[in-house]
Design a protein around this ligand. Structure first.
Ligand SMILES: [Zn+2]
Ligand SMILES: [Zn+2]
Length: 182
């Protein structure tokens, strides 16, 4: 934990695009969970998010490269167990100052590679939180082969298989078996 304690808190770090020096700017630090409200809402909780980025201006655009990592708690929809999911985002984004000409919603800004900053202010926390939300799995399984819960007794089939009879086979293949006399 010694490393964590000395890590720089970047949750309040903002940079005006016009004030960025001509040479690349390197930044490393973390964002504490209490500054990550949206990520907390999208998950069951989060550990501090770690940020390592470099920033530099290129043709009037701020180019941000690096990586953002974290660990969030999620609930597996099959077995309903809570589990820890490591997240990794390789960052490669460009920012420009000014209103977005297309007047995109915030959501579409997140998937766009060029982000328009109406106030011309880049926020490390906002970028890191968006990257972590984008890195969340679509279906957050605790493990790829999670077998879920028994529909009869509710046992967690990955951990302690039960002896209940499997549900009746009534899928399309059952009908096919009957046709074939199997
Ligand atoms: Zn599961
Ligand atoms: Zn069972």
């Amino acid at each position: 934990m010694g490393m964590e304690a000395s890590e720089r808190d970047l949750s309040g770090t903002v940079i005006a695009l016009h004030g960025i020096p001509p040479h690349p700017l390197h930044m490393a630090g973390m964002i504490p969970p209490n500054a990550l409200k949206e990520l907390q809402q999208a998950t069951e909780g989060t550990a501090p998010v770690h940020v390592q980025i470099s920033l530099h201006m290129e043709n009037g655009k701020l180019r941000v490269e690096g990586r953002v990592t974290g660990v969030v708690s999620l609930i597996c929809p099959r077995c309903l167990n809570r589990f820890e999911q490591p997240l990794l985002a390789e960052v490669e984004r460009e920012y420009v100052a000014g209103k977005d000409p297309a007047n995109l919603t915030r959501e579409s800004e997140m998937v766009d590679d060029i982000v328009h900053l109406a106030d011309g202010i880049f926020s490390v926390k906002r970028m890191a939180e968006e990257e972590m939300i984008l890195a969340l799995p679509m279906i957050p399984l605790c493990r790829d082969d999670c077998r879920g819960l028994c529909t009869v007794c509710g046992a967690d089939l990955s951990r302690n298989p039960c002896s209940c009879a499997p549900p009746p086979d009534d899928g399309p293949f059952a009908a096919l078996k009957k046709l074939k006399g199997g």
